[in-house]
Design a binder for this molecule. Structure first.
Ligand SMILES: Cc1cc2nc3c(=O)[nH]c(=O)nc-3n(C[C@H](O)[C@H](O)[C@H](O)COP(=O)(O)O)c2cc1C
Length: 207
């Protein structure tokens, strides 16, 4: 399926086929593709918990204000944004740039300084924005790639953050921009037409 078709076809699906598995291999493939998403300084501040077992999805549903899709989808992905990725991933990222010839060794410090300056101290709002925007790009790639594989998705931010962090052992400094339910449309369900979108002239200005 081509990309434009996948983007046009993606919908947030409420009714998933229950009891239908997606193999770990397929989910890994989906994650590998999403992992090609761009990120600030290539710092990749995302983490994912793949929730597949009936027991754990039940817990997730409880944390997600009892939204049935959190339990009925084949898998639900907890997308995590990591504000600490600047410290954690900068070394690896610079090693790669250096090895591939993007930068000379003496440029490492300059790049580290620029990133720290741009994204602020560890617990700052700037840092949270940095992590959330990049993890959200990852999430969008994932939803598009899923459609490309013939899968359906549903992003959710209707959940109790504290509940998910506690139940899934996620440190308090991390951010959960959304959950993404992944699976198949329940047979016999017909989707309503896509909901309204504003005309682009309402939000675009050309200069
Ligand atoms: C970050 C995010 C969080 C969302 N959270 C929920 C949610 O908790 N529950 C829900 O029913 N829909 C949720 N939605 C789905 C939106 O309602 C849906 O994307 C929107 O109505 C447009 O429909 P479409 O995705 O089918 O084009 C969420 C969407 C996004 C992008």
């Amino acid at each position: 399926m081509d990309l434009i078709k996948a983007l046009r076809e993606r919908r947030s699906i409420k009714y998933f086929e229950t009891g239908r598995d997606i193999s770990d291999e397929k989910i890994r493939e989906l994650l590998e593709i999403s992992n090609l998403s761009p990120s600030s300084f290539n710092l990749q501040p995302w983490r994912v918990i793949v929730v597949k077992t009936p027991e754990r999805k039940k817990v997730l549903r409880r944390c997600a204000f009892d939204q049935p899709k959190a339990e009925e989808a084949s898998a639900v992905l907890i997308i995590i944004a990591d504000p600490n990725a600047v410290e954690q991933n900068m070394g690896m990222m610079l090693d790669s740039w250096q090895e591939l010839g993007y930068i000379k060794p003496e440029m490492r410090e300059t790049y580290t300084g620029i990133a720290k300056n741009l994204y602020g101290p560890e617990d700052s709002l700037k840092r949270k924005i940095f992590a959330t925007k990049n993890a959200s790009l990852f999430a969008m790639s994932l939803m598009t790639a899923a459609r490309g594989f013939g899968l359906e998705t549903h992003p959710m931010d209707g959940f109790d953050d504290e509940c998910i962090k506690k139940e899934f052992n996620i440190p308090d400094d991390k951010i959960i921009p959304m959950l993404i339910a992944v699976g198949y449309l329940r047979p016999g369900v017909t989707l309503l037409p896509r909901a309204f979108r504003r005309g682009i002239d309402e939000f675009v200005r050309f200069e």
